[in-house]
Design a binder for this molecule. Structure first.
Ligand SMILES: *[C@@H]1O[C@H](CO)[C@@H](O)[C@H](O)[C@H]1NC(C)=O
Ligand SMILES: *[C@@H]1O[C@H](CO)[C@@H](O)[C@H](O)[C@H]1NC(C)=O
Length: 599
Protein backbone atom coordinates (compact mmCIF):
# COMPACT_ATOMS: atom_id res chain seq x y z
CA UNK A 1 0.00 0.00 0.00
CA UNK A 2 2.61 2.50 1.06
CA UNK A 3 4.72 1.22 -1.73
CA UNK A 4 2.23 2.05 -4.45
CA UNK A 5 1.30 5.40 -2.87
CA UNK A 6 4.91 6.28 -2.86
CA UNK A 7 5.31 5.36 -6.48
CA UNK A 8 2.37 7.47 -7.61
CA UNK A 9 3.34 10.59 -5.77
CA UNK A 10 6.98 10.26 -6.63
CA UNK A 11 6.22 9.89 -10.30
CA UNK A 12 4.05 13.02 -10.13
CA UNK A 13 6.71 14.94 -8.36
CA UNK A 14 9.50 13.91 -10.68
CA UNK A 15 7.77 14.24 -13.99
CA UNK A 16 6.01 17.54 -13.46
CA UNK A 17 8.75 19.02 -11.42
CA UNK A 18 11.50 18.53 -13.89
CA UNK A 19 9.76 21.12 -16.05
CA UNK A 20 9.48 23.51 -13.14
CA UNK A 21 13.11 23.35 -12.27
CA UNK A 22 13.72 27.10 -12.39
CA UNK A 23 15.76 27.21 -9.26
CA UNK A 24 17.29 24.39 -7.33
CA UNK A 25 15.92 25.62 -4.01
CA UNK A 26 12.37 25.98 -5.30
CA UNK A 27 12.79 22.53 -6.70
CA UNK A 28 14.10 21.17 -3.44
CA UNK A 29 11.37 22.91 -1.44
CA UNK A 30 8.62 21.54 -3.64
CA UNK A 31 10.15 18.13 -3.58
CA UNK A 32 10.28 18.17 0.20
CA UNK A 33 6.60 19.21 0.29
CA UNK A 34 5.47 16.55 -2.13
CA UNK A 35 7.85 13.90 -1.02
CA UNK A 36 6.00 10.91 0.29
CA UNK A 37 6.71 9.66 3.79
CA UNK A 38 7.25 6.22 2.33
CA UNK A 39 10.94 5.70 2.93
CA UNK A 40 10.71 4.13 6.37
CA UNK A 41 8.14 1.63 5.23
CA UNK A 42 10.12 0.84 2.12
CA UNK A 43 13.36 0.61 4.00
CA UNK A 44 11.91 -2.30 5.92
CA UNK A 45 11.76 -4.12 2.58
CA UNK A 46 15.54 -4.21 2.54
CA UNK A 47 16.70 -3.45 -0.99
CA UNK A 48 19.13 -5.70 -2.78
CA UNK A 49 22.46 -4.01 -3.32
CA UNK A 50 24.80 -4.33 -6.27
CA UNK A 51 28.08 -2.50 -6.12
CA UNK A 52 30.42 -2.12 -9.07
CA UNK A 53 33.97 -1.05 -8.35
CA UNK A 54 36.42 -0.48 -11.20
CA UNK A 55 40.16 -0.76 -10.63
CA UNK A 56 42.25 2.32 -11.55
CA UNK A 57 39.49 3.93 -13.64
CA UNK A 58 39.77 7.71 -14.05
CA UNK A 59 36.79 10.02 -13.57
CA UNK A 60 37.42 11.40 -17.07
CA UNK A 61 37.06 7.99 -18.72
CA UNK A 62 33.29 7.72 -18.82
CA UNK A 63 30.58 9.38 -20.81
CA UNK A 64 28.42 10.79 -18.03
CA UNK A 65 31.48 12.54 -16.58
CA UNK A 66 32.25 14.26 -19.85
CA UNK A 67 34.06 11.74 -22.02
CA UNK A 68 32.69 11.86 -25.55
CA UNK A 69 34.97 9.32 -27.19
CA UNK A 70 34.89 6.28 -24.91
CA UNK A 71 31.57 4.46 -25.14
CA UNK A 72 30.10 3.66 -21.72
CA UNK A 73 26.34 3.55 -22.38
CA UNK A 74 25.54 1.25 -19.48
CA UNK A 75 27.35 3.30 -16.85
CA UNK A 76 25.80 6.45 -18.32
CA UNK A 77 22.38 4.82 -18.00
CA UNK A 78 22.91 4.52 -14.25
CA UNK A 79 23.51 8.27 -14.10
CA UNK A 80 20.43 8.95 -16.20
CA UNK A 81 18.24 6.79 -13.98
CA UNK A 82 19.79 7.85 -10.72
CA UNK A 83 22.03 10.27 -8.86
CA UNK A 84 25.47 11.37 -9.98
CA UNK A 85 27.99 12.59 -7.41
CA UNK A 86 30.63 14.92 -8.80
CA UNK A 87 32.77 15.26 -5.69
CA UNK A 88 33.08 11.65 -4.60
CA UNK A 89 36.39 11.08 -2.83
CA UNK A 90 38.41 7.95 -1.99
CA UNK A 91 40.30 7.74 1.28
CA UNK A 92 43.55 6.63 -0.39
CA UNK A 93 45.06 6.86 -3.88
CA UNK A 94 46.11 3.18 -4.18
CA UNK A 95 44.20 -0.11 -4.05
CA UNK A 96 44.79 -1.82 -0.71
CA UNK A 97 44.18 1.13 1.66
CA UNK A 98 41.41 2.58 -0.50
CA UNK A 99 39.52 -0.71 -0.44
CA UNK A 100 40.10 -1.13 3.28
CA UNK A 101 38.53 2.28 3.88
CA UNK A 102 35.64 1.38 1.61
CA UNK A 103 34.95 -1.88 3.43
CA UNK A 104 35.39 -0.52 6.95
CA UNK A 105 34.03 3.04 6.58
CA UNK A 106 37.21 4.26 8.27
CA UNK A 107 40.43 5.93 7.21
CA UNK A 108 42.78 2.99 6.52
CA UNK A 109 45.32 4.33 9.02
CA UNK A 110 42.84 3.32 11.74
CA UNK A 111 43.25 -0.36 10.89
CA UNK A 112 46.99 -0.24 10.18
CA UNK A 113 46.35 -0.75 6.46
CA UNK A 114 48.27 2.24 5.15
CA UNK A 115 51.91 2.79 4.33
CA UNK A 116 54.25 3.72 7.15
CA UNK A 117 57.29 1.71 6.04
CA UNK A 118 57.40 2.37 2.31
CA UNK A 119 55.04 -0.42 1.21
CA UNK A 120 51.83 1.05 -0.11
CA UNK A 121 49.88 -2.06 -1.05
CA UNK A 122 50.01 -5.76 -0.24
CA UNK A 123 52.45 -7.41 -2.63
CA UNK A 124 51.87 -11.16 -2.15
CA UNK A 125 49.02 -13.37 -1.16
CA UNK A 126 51.78 -15.28 0.60
CA UNK A 127 52.42 -12.48 3.12
CA UNK A 128 50.89 -12.07 6.56
CA UNK A 129 49.49 -8.52 6.33
CA UNK A 130 45.84 -7.85 5.58
CA UNK A 131 42.50 -6.60 6.78
CA UNK A 132 42.67 -7.29 10.54
CA UNK A 133 40.18 -9.85 11.89
CA UNK A 134 38.81 -7.33 14.40
CA UNK A 135 37.65 -4.92 11.71
CA UNK A 136 33.92 -5.07 10.95
CA UNK A 137 33.14 -4.66 7.26
CA UNK A 138 29.72 -3.52 6.15
CA UNK A 139 29.34 -6.92 4.47
CA UNK A 140 29.51 -8.48 7.94
CA UNK A 141 26.66 -6.30 9.17
CA UNK A 142 24.57 -6.95 6.06
CA UNK A 143 25.14 -10.66 6.60
CA UNK A 144 23.80 -10.35 10.15
CA UNK A 145 20.80 -8.47 8.78
CA UNK A 146 19.87 -11.46 6.68
CA UNK A 147 21.57 -10.59 3.40
CA UNK A 148 23.19 -13.15 1.14
CA UNK A 149 26.57 -11.49 0.55
CA UNK A 150 28.85 -12.18 -2.39
CA UNK A 151 32.17 -10.87 -3.66
CA UNK A 152 33.09 -11.48 -7.28
CA UNK A 153 36.50 -10.27 -8.45
CA UNK A 154 39.41 -8.56 -6.78
CA UNK A 155 40.09 -8.66 -3.02
CA UNK A 156 43.67 -7.46 -2.31
CA UNK A 157 43.10 -7.40 1.45
CA UNK A 158 45.34 -10.32 2.41
CA UNK A 159 44.91 -14.04 2.97
CA UNK A 160 46.63 -15.79 5.91
CA UNK A 161 48.10 -14.66 9.24
CA UNK A 162 50.19 -17.49 10.67
CA UNK A 163 49.81 -20.64 8.60
CA UNK A 164 48.78 -21.59 5.11
CA UNK A 165 45.13 -22.29 5.75
CA UNK A 166 44.04 -19.97 8.54
CA UNK A 167 42.46 -17.56 6.02
CA UNK A 168 42.32 -14.83 8.67
CA UNK A 169 42.08 -12.04 6.05
CA UNK A 170 39.94 -13.95 3.55
CA UNK A 171 36.63 -12.47 2.27
CA UNK A 172 34.70 -15.32 3.90
CA UNK A 173 36.09 -14.21 7.27
CA UNK A 174 35.01 -10.64 6.55
CA UNK A 175 31.31 -10.94 5.96
CA UNK A 176 31.04 -12.55 2.55
CA UNK A 177 29.08 -15.80 2.22
CA UNK A 178 30.50 -16.34 -1.21
CA UNK A 179 33.75 -15.42 -2.93
CA UNK A 180 34.80 -16.05 -6.49
CA UNK A 181 37.79 -14.23 -7.88
CA UNK A 182 41.32 -13.07 -7.34
CA UNK A 183 42.55 -12.80 -3.76
CA UNK A 184 45.27 -10.55 -5.16
CA UNK A 185 45.17 -7.96 -7.95
CA UNK A 186 45.52 -8.09 -11.70
CA UNK A 187 49.08 -7.24 -12.73
CA UNK A 188 51.50 -7.57 -15.62
CA UNK A 189 53.06 -10.73 -14.16
CA UNK A 190 49.73 -12.53 -14.60
CA UNK A 191 49.95 -12.42 -18.37
CA UNK A 192 52.61 -14.59 -19.87
CA UNK A 193 53.24 -12.20 -22.76
CA UNK A 194 53.98 -9.21 -20.50
CA UNK A 195 57.35 -8.20 -19.04
CA UNK A 196 57.36 -9.01 -15.30
CA UNK A 197 56.35 -6.33 -12.83
CA UNK A 198 56.97 -7.88 -9.43
CA UNK A 199 59.11 -10.89 -10.21
CA UNK A 200 62.42 -9.07 -10.06
CA UNK A 201 62.44 -7.88 -6.40
CA UNK A 202 61.14 -11.25 -5.27
CA UNK A 203 63.83 -13.07 -7.19
CA UNK A 204 66.57 -10.99 -5.56
CA UNK A 205 65.17 -11.75 -2.12
CA UNK A 206 64.88 -15.50 -2.77
CA UNK A 207 68.39 -15.74 -4.15
CA UNK A 208 69.65 -13.95 -1.05
CA UNK A 209 67.92 -16.47 1.27
CA UNK A 210 69.14 -19.38 -0.82
CA UNK A 211 72.74 -18.25 -0.52
CA UNK A 212 72.37 -17.51 3.18
CA UNK A 213 71.05 -20.98 3.95
CA UNK A 214 73.63 -22.68 1.71
CA UNK A 215 76.36 -20.84 3.58
CA UNK A 216 74.90 -21.92 6.92
CA UNK A 217 74.72 -25.56 5.81
CA UNK A 218 78.31 -25.55 4.58
CA UNK A 219 79.62 -23.82 7.71
CA UNK A 220 77.78 -26.19 10.03
CA UNK A 221 78.98 -29.24 8.09
CA UNK A 222 82.57 -28.09 8.19
CA UNK A 223 82.34 -27.20 11.89
CA UNK A 224 80.80 -30.59 12.69
CA UNK A 225 83.49 -32.46 10.76
CA UNK A 226 86.24 -30.81 12.81
CA UNK A 227 84.15 -31.33 16.01
CA UNK A 228 83.70 -27.61 16.67
CA UNK A 229 79.90 -27.82 17.16
CA UNK A 230 77.36 -30.42 18.26
CA UNK A 231 74.61 -30.49 15.70
CA UNK A 232 72.96 -33.61 14.42
CA UNK A 233 73.13 -34.59 10.76
CA UNK A 234 69.35 -34.50 10.87
CA UNK A 235 69.33 -30.76 11.67
CA UNK A 236 71.77 -30.05 8.89
CA UNK A 237 69.72 -32.15 6.51
CA UNK A 238 66.50 -30.26 7.43
CA UNK A 239 68.25 -26.95 6.95
CA UNK A 240 69.49 -28.10 3.57
CA UNK A 241 65.95 -29.11 2.61
CA UNK A 242 64.75 -25.67 3.63
CA UNK A 243 67.47 -24.11 1.49
CA UNK A 244 66.41 -26.30 -1.37
CA UNK A 245 62.86 -24.92 -1.09
CA UNK A 246 64.20 -21.41 -1.46
CA UNK A 247 66.32 -22.51 -4.36
CA UNK A 248 63.29 -24.01 -6.09
CA UNK A 249 61.28 -20.85 -5.40
CA UNK A 250 64.06 -18.69 -6.76
CA UNK A 251 64.31 -20.84 -9.82
CA UNK A 252 60.56 -20.85 -10.34
CA UNK A 253 60.32 -17.06 -10.06
CA UNK A 254 61.54 -17.02 -13.66
CA UNK A 255 58.08 -16.82 -15.19
CA UNK A 256 56.46 -18.64 -12.28
CA UNK A 257 55.34 -15.60 -10.25
CA UNK A 258 51.98 -16.12 -11.91
CA UNK A 259 51.67 -19.30 -9.92
CA UNK A 260 51.91 -17.40 -6.64
CA UNK A 261 49.87 -14.25 -7.02
CA UNK A 262 47.63 -14.86 -10.00
CA UNK A 263 45.16 -17.42 -8.78
CA UNK A 264 41.39 -17.79 -8.78
CA UNK A 265 39.57 -19.02 -5.70
CA UNK A 266 36.04 -20.18 -5.19
CA UNK A 267 35.45 -19.61 -1.49
CA UNK A 268 38.46 -21.18 0.26
CA UNK A 269 39.48 -23.37 -2.63
CA UNK A 270 42.01 -22.47 -5.29
CA UNK A 271 40.52 -23.53 -8.59
CA UNK A 272 42.99 -22.03 -11.06
CA UNK A 273 46.69 -21.68 -10.34
CA UNK A 274 47.83 -19.81 -12.31
CA UNK A 275 44.61 -18.18 -13.49
CA UNK A 276 43.69 -18.10 -17.16
CA UNK A 277 43.62 -14.34 -17.61
CA UNK A 278 42.12 -14.50 -21.10
CA UNK A 279 38.86 -15.92 -19.82
CA UNK A 280 38.69 -14.19 -16.43
CA UNK A 281 36.24 -11.52 -17.65
CA UNK A 282 33.92 -14.24 -18.88
CA UNK A 283 34.20 -16.14 -15.59
CA UNK A 284 33.53 -13.06 -13.44
CA UNK A 285 30.47 -12.19 -15.50
CA UNK A 286 29.13 -15.73 -15.36
CA UNK A 287 29.58 -15.78 -11.58
CA UNK A 288 27.96 -12.38 -10.99
CA UNK A 289 24.92 -13.30 -13.06
CA UNK A 290 24.59 -16.67 -11.40
CA UNK A 291 24.83 -15.09 -7.92
CA UNK A 292 21.93 -12.76 -8.73
CA UNK A 293 19.87 -15.61 -10.14
CA UNK A 294 20.54 -17.80 -7.13
CA UNK A 295 19.54 -15.06 -4.70
CA UNK A 296 16.76 -13.36 -6.65
CA UNK A 297 14.37 -13.80 -3.73
CA UNK A 298 16.73 -11.59 -1.77
CA UNK A 299 17.80 -9.68 0.01
CA UNK A 300 21.27 -9.96 -1.45
CA UNK A 301 24.40 -7.84 -1.56
CA UNK A 302 26.71 -8.38 -4.52
CA UNK A 303 30.08 -6.64 -4.71
CA UNK A 304 31.42 -6.84 -8.26
CA UNK A 305 35.05 -5.83 -7.85
CA UNK A 306 36.38 -5.65 -11.39
CA UNK A 307 39.86 -6.71 -12.49
CA UNK A 308 39.28 -4.08 -15.21
CA UNK A 309 40.86 -1.54 -15.97
CA UNK A 310 44.17 -2.37 -14.28
CA UNK A 311 47.17 -3.15 -16.48
CA UNK A 312 47.87 -5.40 -18.36
CA UNK A 313 44.32 -4.63 -19.64
CA UNK A 314 43.40 -8.17 -20.57
CA UNK A 315 40.58 -7.73 -23.07
CA UNK A 316 38.61 -10.33 -25.03
CA UNK A 317 38.69 -10.46 -28.80
CA UNK A 318 35.23 -8.90 -29.13
CA UNK A 319 36.50 -5.61 -27.74
CA UNK A 320 40.14 -5.56 -28.79
CA UNK A 321 40.86 -2.79 -31.27
CA UNK A 322 37.30 -1.45 -31.11
CA UNK A 323 37.63 1.78 -29.11
CA UNK A 324 39.15 5.12 -30.02
CA UNK A 325 41.64 4.88 -27.17
CA UNK A 326 43.75 1.81 -27.76
CA UNK A 327 43.83 -1.12 -25.41
CA UNK A 328 42.87 1.05 -22.43
CA UNK A 329 39.70 2.26 -24.13
CA UNK A 330 38.91 -1.31 -25.25
CA UNK A 331 39.17 -2.50 -21.67
CA UNK A 332 36.90 0.29 -20.36
CA UNK A 333 34.31 -0.51 -23.01
CA UNK A 334 34.46 -4.20 -22.16
CA UNK A 335 33.84 -3.41 -18.49
CA UNK A 336 30.88 -1.24 -19.44
CA UNK A 337 29.47 -4.11 -21.48
CA UNK A 338 29.83 -6.44 -18.48
CA UNK A 339 27.94 -3.93 -16.34
CA UNK A 340 25.22 -3.87 -18.98
CA UNK A 341 24.91 -7.64 -18.85
CA UNK A 342 24.56 -7.60 -15.08
CA UNK A 343 22.00 -4.76 -15.17
CA UNK A 344 20.06 -6.78 -17.75
CA UNK A 345 20.00 -9.70 -15.36
CA UNK A 346 18.48 -7.46 -12.68
CA UNK A 347 15.88 -6.28 -15.20
CA UNK A 348 15.04 -9.77 -16.37
CA UNK A 349 14.57 -10.99 -12.83
CA UNK A 350 12.29 -8.01 -12.10
CA UNK A 351 14.76 -6.73 -9.52
CA UNK A 352 15.54 -3.31 -10.93
CA UNK A 353 13.31 -1.32 -8.58
CA UNK A 354 14.17 -3.32 -5.50
CA UNK A 355 17.92 -2.98 -6.01
CA UNK A 356 20.22 -0.14 -5.08
CA UNK A 357 22.97 -0.08 -7.69
CA UNK A 358 26.21 1.82 -7.18
CA UNK A 359 29.21 2.40 -9.42
CA UNK A 360 32.63 3.76 -8.48
CA UNK A 361 36.40 3.35 -8.94
CA UNK A 362 38.89 2.59 -6.16
CA UNK A 363 40.96 5.71 -7.00
CA UNK A 364 42.06 7.86 -9.94
CA UNK A 365 43.59 6.77 -13.23
CA UNK A 366 47.25 5.83 -13.42
CA UNK A 367 48.79 8.60 -15.55
CA UNK A 368 52.28 7.10 -15.62
CA UNK A 369 51.15 3.70 -16.95
CA UNK A 370 52.50 3.93 -20.46
CA UNK A 371 54.22 1.67 -22.93
CA UNK A 372 55.98 3.52 -25.70
CA UNK A 373 53.41 5.99 -26.96
CA UNK A 374 50.45 3.98 -25.72
CA UNK A 375 48.61 5.28 -22.66
CA UNK A 376 47.73 2.27 -20.51
CA UNK A 377 46.32 4.20 -17.56
CA UNK A 378 43.19 6.27 -17.09
CA UNK A 379 42.33 9.90 -17.59
CA UNK A 380 41.22 12.12 -14.72
CA UNK A 381 39.54 14.84 -16.73
CA UNK A 382 40.12 18.39 -15.52
CA UNK A 383 41.63 17.19 -12.25
CA UNK A 384 45.33 17.41 -11.50
CA UNK A 385 47.38 14.29 -10.79
CA UNK A 386 46.34 10.65 -10.54
CA UNK A 387 46.82 7.28 -8.87
CA UNK A 388 49.30 7.18 -5.98
CA UNK A 389 48.97 10.94 -5.32
CA UNK A 390 47.12 11.39 -2.07
CA UNK A 391 46.54 15.12 -2.26
CA UNK A 392 45.86 16.12 -5.84
CA UNK A 393 42.26 15.74 -6.89
CA UNK A 394 42.97 13.41 -9.84
CA UNK A 395 44.18 10.68 -7.50
CA UNK A 396 41.11 10.67 -5.29
CA UNK A 397 38.07 12.12 -7.10
CA UNK A 398 36.19 9.23 -8.70
CA UNK A 399 32.79 8.50 -10.24
CA UNK A 400 29.91 7.90 -7.84
CA UNK A 401 26.56 6.79 -9.27
CA UNK A 402 23.51 5.55 -7.36
CA UNK A 403 20.39 4.12 -8.93
CA UNK A 404 17.28 3.01 -7.10
CA UNK A 405 14.19 3.68 -9.20
CA UNK A 406 11.32 5.10 -7.24
CA UNK A 407 13.47 5.76 -4.20
CA UNK A 408 16.15 8.05 -5.60
CA UNK A 409 15.53 10.88 -8.05
CA UNK A 410 16.35 10.38 -11.70
CA UNK A 411 19.08 12.37 -13.37
CA UNK A 412 20.02 14.31 -10.25
CA UNK A 413 23.53 15.73 -9.93
CA UNK A 414 25.02 16.45 -6.50
CA UNK A 415 28.19 18.48 -6.13
CA UNK A 416 28.60 18.10 -2.36
CA UNK A 417 31.76 16.46 -0.98
CA UNK A 418 31.09 12.77 -0.31
CA UNK A 419 33.36 9.85 0.46
CA UNK A 420 33.53 6.22 -0.59
CA UNK A 421 33.56 5.56 3.15
CA UNK A 422 29.93 6.80 3.17
CA UNK A 423 28.79 3.57 1.51
CA UNK A 424 29.31 1.76 4.82
CA UNK A 425 26.77 3.63 6.97
CA UNK A 426 24.44 4.12 4.00
CA UNK A 427 24.09 0.41 3.26
CA UNK A 428 24.04 -0.54 6.94
CA UNK A 429 21.18 1.91 7.45
CA UNK A 430 19.24 0.53 4.48
CA UNK A 431 19.68 -2.99 5.79
CA UNK A 432 18.20 -1.90 9.11
CA UNK A 433 21.46 -2.43 11.00
CA UNK A 434 23.51 -0.11 13.16
CA UNK A 435 27.13 0.87 12.69
CA UNK A 436 29.59 -0.28 15.39
CA UNK A 437 29.61 2.06 18.37
CA UNK A 438 33.00 1.01 19.76
CA UNK A 439 35.13 2.67 17.06
CA UNK A 440 35.30 5.75 14.89
CA UNK A 441 33.37 5.42 11.61
CA UNK A 442 34.43 8.20 9.23
CA UNK A 443 31.67 7.68 6.64
CA UNK A 444 28.22 9.29 6.80
CA UNK A 445 24.82 7.99 5.72
CA UNK A 446 24.15 9.43 2.26
CA UNK A 447 20.42 8.67 2.00
CA UNK A 448 19.16 12.12 3.10
CA UNK A 449 21.43 13.77 0.54
CA UNK A 450 20.65 11.31 -2.27
CA UNK A 451 16.91 11.66 -1.73
CA UNK A 452 17.12 15.42 -1.72
CA UNK A 453 16.02 15.77 1.91
CA UNK A 454 19.06 17.83 2.84
CA UNK A 455 21.13 20.21 0.78
CA UNK A 456 24.54 19.53 2.27
CA UNK A 457 26.57 16.43 2.94
CA UNK A 458 27.66 15.96 6.52
CA UNK A 459 31.36 16.17 5.67
CA UNK A 460 33.01 19.33 6.86
CA UNK A 461 36.65 18.21 6.76
CA UNK A 462 38.25 15.42 4.74
CA UNK A 463 41.83 14.31 5.24
CA UNK A 464 43.73 13.29 2.16
CA UNK A 465 46.33 10.77 3.14
CA UNK A 466 49.26 9.57 1.09
CA UNK A 467 50.30 6.48 3.04
CA UNK A 468 50.50 7.50 6.68
CA UNK A 469 51.00 11.18 5.85
CA UNK A 470 48.30 13.80 5.55
CA UNK A 471 49.13 15.50 2.26
CA UNK A 472 46.07 17.70 2.00
CA UNK A 473 42.86 18.65 3.80
CA UNK A 474 39.52 19.72 2.35
CA UNK A 475 37.22 22.06 4.24
CA UNK A 476 33.69 22.46 3.04
CA UNK A 477 32.67 25.79 4.49
CA UNK A 478 28.99 25.23 3.91
CA UNK A 479 27.61 28.62 4.87
CA UNK A 480 29.95 30.37 2.40
CA UNK A 481 29.94 27.75 -0.33
CA UNK A 482 33.73 27.37 -0.42
CA UNK A 483 35.54 24.07 -0.72
CA UNK A 484 38.99 24.96 0.56
CA UNK A 485 41.84 22.60 0.04
CA UNK A 486 45.20 23.01 1.74
CA UNK A 487 48.18 20.99 0.53
CA UNK A 488 50.84 20.43 3.17
CA UNK A 489 52.87 18.09 0.99
CA UNK A 490 52.91 17.58 -2.78
CA UNK A 491 54.90 15.12 -4.90
CA UNK A 492 57.73 16.46 -7.04
CA UNK A 493 56.69 15.91 -10.65
CA UNK A 494 59.35 14.70 -13.08
CA UNK A 495 60.48 15.23 -15.71
CA UNK A 496 60.01 18.93 -15.11
CA UNK A 497 56.80 20.34 -16.49
CA UNK A 498 55.07 16.93 -16.38
CA UNK A 499 52.00 16.30 -14.24
CA UNK A 500 53.13 13.01 -12.79
CA UNK A 501 56.20 11.11 -11.65
CA UNK A 502 57.06 9.50 -14.96
CA UNK A 503 60.58 8.45 -14.02
CA UNK A 504 59.42 6.53 -10.94
CA UNK A 505 56.08 5.36 -12.38
CA UNK A 506 54.41 6.19 -9.03
CA UNK A 507 54.66 9.40 -7.04
CA UNK A 508 56.04 8.81 -3.53
CA UNK A 509 54.40 10.01 -0.28
CA UNK A 510 57.53 11.05 1.61
CA UNK A 511 61.28 11.57 1.42
CA UNK A 512 63.18 13.21 -1.41
CA UNK A 513 60.33 12.95 -3.87
CA UNK A 514 57.98 15.37 -2.08
CA UNK A 515 57.85 19.08 -1.27
CA UNK A 516 56.64 20.35 2.12
CA UNK A 517 54.74 23.63 1.97
CA UNK A 518 54.78 26.26 4.72
CA UNK A 519 52.35 27.86 4.51
CA UNK A 520 50.36 25.14 2.75
CA UNK A 521 49.20 25.64 -0.85
CA UNK A 522 45.59 26.78 -0.67
CA UNK A 523 42.89 26.43 -3.34
CA UNK A 524 39.16 26.94 -3.44
CA UNK A 525 37.85 23.97 -5.39
CA UNK A 526 34.48 25.65 -5.79
CA UNK A 527 36.23 28.27 -7.97
CA UNK A 528 39.25 26.33 -9.17
CA UNK A 529 38.52 22.58 -9.35
CA UNK A 530 41.70 21.97 -11.38
CA UNK A 531 43.85 23.40 -8.58
CA UNK A 532 45.56 25.60 -11.15
CA UNK A 533 46.27 28.78 -9.18
CA UNK A 534 47.21 28.70 -5.51
CA UNK A 535 45.68 31.48 -3.41
CA UNK A 536 47.80 33.94 -1.48
CA UNK A 537 47.08 36.31 1.43
CA UNK A 538 46.76 39.07 -1.18
CA UNK A 539 44.31 37.27 -3.43
CA UNK A 540 42.32 35.72 -0.59
CA UNK A 541 41.60 37.85 2.51
CA UNK A 542 40.61 34.74 4.49
CA UNK A 543 43.89 32.97 3.68
CA UNK A 544 45.30 32.85 7.22
CA UNK A 545 41.97 32.28 8.92
CA UNK A 546 41.20 29.32 6.65
CA UNK A 547 44.60 27.71 7.21
CA UNK A 548 44.27 28.20 10.96
CA UNK A 549 40.91 26.48 11.00
CA UNK A 550 42.25 23.60 8.91
CA UNK A 551 45.27 23.19 11.20
CA UNK A 552 42.93 22.88 14.12
CA UNK A 553 40.89 20.24 12.32
CA UNK A 554 44.06 18.24 11.64
CA UNK A 555 44.93 18.35 15.36
CA UNK A 556 41.46 17.18 16.28
CA UNK A 557 41.57 14.40 13.71
CA UNK A 558 45.00 13.22 14.91
CA UNK A 559 43.65 12.94 18.43
CA UNK A 560 41.12 10.35 17.23
CA UNK A 561 43.86 8.02 15.96
CA UNK A 562 45.06 5.19 18.16
CA UNK A 563 48.14 2.99 17.69
CA UNK A 564 47.38 -0.31 15.93
CA UNK A 565 49.52 -3.16 14.53
CA UNK A 566 50.93 -2.19 11.14
CA UNK A 567 49.71 -4.58 8.46
CA UNK A 568 52.15 -3.21 5.88
CA UNK A 569 55.25 -3.47 8.09
CA UNK A 570 58.33 -5.10 6.61
CA UNK A 571 57.59 -8.32 8.48
CA UNK A 572 53.99 -8.43 7.30
CA UNK A 573 54.73 -7.45 3.72
CA UNK A 574 57.44 -9.98 2.84
CA UNK A 575 56.64 -13.16 1.00
CA UNK A 576 56.50 -16.16 3.32
CA UNK A 577 56.67 -19.53 1.60
CA UNK A 578 54.72 -21.13 4.46
CA UNK A 579 51.80 -18.78 3.88
CA UNK A 580 51.68 -19.20 0.13
CA UNK A 581 48.26 -20.55 -0.91
CA UNK A 582 49.07 -23.58 -2.98
CA UNK A 583 47.04 -26.00 -5.03
CA UNK A 584 49.34 -28.99 -4.76
CA UNK A 585 52.48 -29.49 -2.67
CA UNK A 586 54.54 -26.36 -2.26
CA UNK A 587 56.41 -25.27 -4.33
CA UNK A 588 54.72 -27.39 -6.99
CA UNK A 589 51.49 -25.40 -7.09
CA UNK A 590 49.30 -25.67 -10.08
CA UNK A 591 45.78 -26.75 -10.94
CA UNK A 592 42.78 -26.10 -13.12
CA UNK A 593 40.01 -27.79 -11.20
CA UNK A 594 36.96 -26.63 -13.12
CA UNK A 595 38.42 -26.84 -16.62
CA UNK A 596 36.72 -23.59 -17.51
CA UNK A 597 36.73 -22.36 -21.07
CA UNK A 598 34.57 -20.03 -23.12
CA UNK A 599 31.07 -21.34 -23.58
C1 LIG B 1 38.27 10.11 -22.83
O1 LIG B 1 39.11 9.07 -22.32
C2 LIG B 1 40.32 8.89 -23.02
C3 LIG B 1 41.03 7.66 -22.48
O2 LIG B 1 41.32 7.74 -21.12
C4 LIG B 1 41.16 10.15 -22.95
O3 LIG B 1 42.35 9.98 -23.65
C5 LIG B 1 40.35 11.31 -23.50
O4 LIG B 1 41.07 12.50 -23.36
C6 LIG B 1 39.02 11.44 -22.80
N1 LIG B 1 38.22 12.46 -23.42
C7 LIG B 1 37.69 13.48 -22.77
C8 LIG B 1 36.89 14.45 -23.57
O5 LIG B 1 37.82 13.64 -21.58
C1 LIG C 1 9.98 1.03 -11.20
O1 LIG C 1 10.08 2.36 -10.76
C2 LIG C 1 9.82 3.32 -11.77
C3 LIG C 1 10.10 4.69 -11.19
O2 LIG C 1 9.40 4.91 -10.01
C4 LIG C 1 8.39 3.15 -12.25
O3 LIG C 1 8.13 4.08 -13.29
C5 LIG C 1 8.19 1.74 -12.75
O4 LIG C 1 6.86 1.53 -13.10
C6 LIG C 1 8.60 0.72 -11.70
N1 LIG C 1 8.54 -0.59 -12.24
C7 LIG C 1 7.97 -1.60 -11.61
C8 LIG C 1 8.01 -2.93 -12.31
O5 LIG C 1 7.45 -1.49 -10.52
Amino acid sequence: MLLSLHKISSSISWQSMKEMMFSPSLFLGLYLLLKPPGLQALASHKPNMVIFMADDLGIGDIGCYGNNTIRTPNIDQLAKEGVKLTQHITAAPVCTPSRTAFLTGRYPIRSGMDDIYGYRVLQWIGSSGGLPPNEITFAKILQKQGYATGLIGKWHQGMNCGHRNDYCHHPLKHGFDYFYGMPFSMMADCQITQPPEMAVPLRIRLWFYTQLIALAVLTLTAAKLVHLVHVSWKTIFLLACFGFLFFVSWFSSYGFIRYWNCVIMRNYEIIEQPMKVEISAFLMLREAISFIERHQHGPFFLFVSFLHVHTPLVTTENFTGKSNHGLYGDNVEEMDWMIGRILNTLDNQGLKNSTLTYFTSDHGGHLEAQQGNAQLGGWNGIYKGGKAMGGWEGGIRVPGLFRWPGMLPEGMVINEPTSLMDIYPTLVHLAGGTVPQDRVIDGRNLMPLLQGNVQHSEHEFMFHYCGGYIHAVRWHQKERGNVWKAHYVTPVFQPEGAEGCYELRFCPCSGEGVTHHTPPLLFDLAQDPSEATALSPDSEPLFHAVLKRIDKAVDEHRRTLTPVPQQLSVYNIIWKPWLQPCCGTFPFCWCDKENDAYL
